[in-house]
Design a binder for this molecule. Structure first.
Ligand SMILES: [Zn+2]
Length: 270
């Protein structure tokens, strides 16, 4: 893919184009099988591990980019919520309006696009509470990777979950997404019968998640047995709802841990 004008080469499996009511998005140009690593890319901008505050670190990282990379970075969409702006004001020791326009833009782009680091292509993937792509950072490759977590058909938009929303209700997810300045209308948030059914499952996941947090402080045999059943139920719902990404990994880890603590060594290894 040509990074300067979004033009696609013939065998690109994905393309960047307008997404309805969401600005730009990333779309599949061909059918993509579950498990495919769709994108693997180096960070366009990452904040170094310095003594600087986050905001100063973001500005410094931008200033250290070569001009062509700065140009690519500035092509991304920016949005800074009030909470981010107030934090930036404290860290920059300046009122938001007194920060230079360029630096306000840089900070806003970082706020809207960082998966810990900003990626030129991956950061363009829009959010869904029912995503078809999972992001992870591969330290061996030193790259951000985006894998298909289910089969994706040609023309479908790629989506990733910006928040840890698997075990959260719609109102909790929407409150957290205000940070990005939009109201989610994904299939899990839509006000339809199917959306309501999904919401019932999310409410159950939230209750199970809360209950497991309580079990974490109790070591009685009965409590461990109950915790194992709850972790298994969570994994079952997450799988059936297609929520097969990083939060399912956490659930499996909990289930394995409780299997071990209740003496089920073979189950723990499954
Ligand atoms: Zn949603």
């Amino acid at each position: 893919m040509d990074k300067t004008n979004f033009a696609c080469i013939a065998d690109d499996p994905i393309e960047v184009r307008e997404a309805a009511r969401k600005g730009l998005g990333v779309f599949a140009r061909i059918d993509i099988r579950r498990g495919t690593r769709i994108i693997s890319e180096s960070a366009l901008l990452e904040v170094g591990d310095e003594k600087n505050s986050e905001a100063k670190g973001i500005v410094l990282a931008f200033e250290q980019l070569a001009p062509p990379q700065q140009e690519l970075f500035l092509q991304l969409h920016g949005y800074a919520c009030n909470k981010f702006k107030r934090a930036a004001e404290r860290e920059m020791e300046q009122a938001w309006q007194d920060i230079s326009e360029l630096h306000r833009t840089v900070l806003s782009i970082y706020a809207a696009n960082a998966f810990g680091k900003v990626f030129w292509l991956g950061s363009r993937i829009n959010h869904s509470c029912l995503p078809n792509v999972n992001f992870s950072y591969n330290p061996a490759l030193k790259q951000g990777t985006f894998h298909a977590i289910r089969d994706i058909v040609a023309g479908e938009e790629l989506t990733v979950m910006y928040i840890n929303g698997t075990n959260r209700t719609k109102s909790q997810r929407q409150a957290e997404l205000k940070k990005w300045g939009f109201s989610c209308s994904c299939p899990a948030c839509e006000d339809t019968l199917q959306g309501q059914k999904r919401e019932e499952k999310r409410a159950e996941l939230f209750a199970l998640d809360q209950a497991l947090a309580v079990h974490a402080f109790s070591g009685t045999a009965k409590s461990l047995e109950e915790a194992l059943l709850k972790a298994q139920r969570m994994a079952s719902i997450q799988n059936s709802e297609g929520l097969v990404h990083r939060e399912l990994r956490v659930t499996y880890h909990e289930a394995a841990s409780y299997s071990l603590r209740t003496g089920r060594l073979r189950m723990a290894l499954l």
